[in-house]
Design a protein around this ligand. Structure first.
Ligand code: UD1
Length: 353
């Protein structure tokens, strides 16, 4: 098979790493990096650490408003797809790179496979929700991580090409845990004690772009008595400057974005994780750390139903109360047996091999 894989943003490097390592065992993969994320700590470190081969095409699109960014990607991906022959185009998740890759391929009548299909927040104000819905509706193969995702697709009338394969992020997590996590180095560097700090991440547009929501989250974190580590996504750093917000009481340590291994180490050693990221909610549960999600809804209902994750929105008192009282629940999150990446590759081979 000749597979074109489109990636562009940090979580896609994590997802593609697992599938790519299986795929490249027997097939040709052409990697297209849109350039949506371009800082060394947002892109290059992930390629190095996860041993992802250099992209064959780097489109250098960079940042911009949604229409401009997505439009540039669409045109440049189309050009690459037209100048070579591909059996299938693989897209991941729900970013602007996902929708651009899926649309470019579908218009050229190249089959589209969507990894992490079927997730829904049912909140159309999230750019990610639009991206997911469109990608799913043009995809020929839909690889779902959960039964909830399969059911969401059925409710939208999508039943052909739908496969429950499990979660590729769990494959990458396992791969990285086997290679080792830099826990001692990270804790020493950040002057932290294992299980005596809170790890926080905030980067969703709905939280960073609204100064009231962002201020409320920071006030909730500031109210805690223990250390809070907050690796800053460039969007969040820019928002703090723009809204002239600075965390107040010295408990919050702002640090540069972490690499994947550093992030897993920071998660695994935290007492509680506070996040608005989708991937971090799942990683928290897989690593056995209680999670407090600063959103009103989640695409990962299983994490909430198992008791590992609570949705608190952005009210400062609710955040502080949930973090203080967070305890590991009795139920464990069902772990996938086997590898989602291997299932995906077998299904691709059955269709195109
Ligand atoms: C994107 C995805 C989001 C995903 C997140 C993971 C969309 C609509 N959103 O959000 O679903 O959870 O990636 O991180 O696709 N910037 C830099 N350096 C970089 C990248 C971004 O400084 O390497 C800054 C720029 O100011 C840019 C802003 O961050 O405007 C936002 O970047 P963008 O890629 O548009 O969206 P994310 O917030 O990263």
């Amino acid at each position: 098979m000749r597979v074109a894989t489109v990636v562009g943003a940090r979580p896609q490097f994590v997802k593609a790493a697992a599938v790519s390592s299986v795929l490249r065992g027997s097939h040709t993969e052409i990697l297209i990096h849109t350039g949506q994320h371009y800082d060394v700590r947002m892109s290059d470190v992930f390629f190095d650490e996860l041993r992802i081969p250099e992209p064959d095409h780097h489109l250098g699109v960079g940042s911009g408003p949604h229409g401009k960014q997505t439009g540039e990607m669409l045109a440049r991906i189309e050009h690459v797809l037209e100048t070579d022959r591909f059996d299938i185009v693989l897209v991941y998740g729900d970013t602007n790179s996902t929708i651009a890759g899926a649309l470019a391929a579908a218009k050229l009548h190249i089959p589209v496979a969507h990894v992490e299909a079927g997730l829904r927040s049912f909140n159309r104000r999230m750019p990610e929700e639009i991206n997911r819905v469109v990608a799913d509706h043009v995809a020929d193969l839909l690889f779902c991580p959960t039964q909830v995702a399969v059911d969401n697709l059925i409710n939208e009338g999508i039943t052909r090409g739908v496969h429950l394969v499990g979660d590729v992020m769990l494959d990458t997590l396992r791969m990285q845990v086997e290679r080792g996590l830099p826990s001692d180095r990270l804790l020493e560097q950040l002057d932290l004690r294992a299980h005596q700090y809170v790890l926080a991440t905030i980067h969703r547009a709905e939280n960073t772009d609204d100064p009231l929501r962002l201020a409320s989250i920071l006030t909730g974190l500031d109210a805690l008595a223990e250390a809070v580590v907050l690796p800053l996504h460039p969007r969040t750093r820019a928002a703090l400057d723009r809204h002239q917000l600075r965390p107040g009481n010295g408990h919050i340590r702002l640090v540069e974005p972490l690499s994947f291994a550093e992030m897993l180490a920071a998660e695994a050693n935290a007492r509680v994780i506070v996040t608005d990221s989708g991937g971090v909610q799942k990683e928290a549960c897989w690593l056995g750390v209680p999670c407090v999600t600063v959103r009103e809804e989640t695409e990962w209902l299983e994490t909430v139903e198992s008791g590992w994750n609570v949705l608190v929105g952005t009210d400062e008192r609710a955040i502080a109360a949930a973090v203080r009282s967070a305890l590991p629940p009795a139920l464990t999150l069902p772990h996938d047996a086997g590898s989602a990446s291997e299932r995906i590759c077998s299904l691709l081979e059955a269709c195109f091999g």
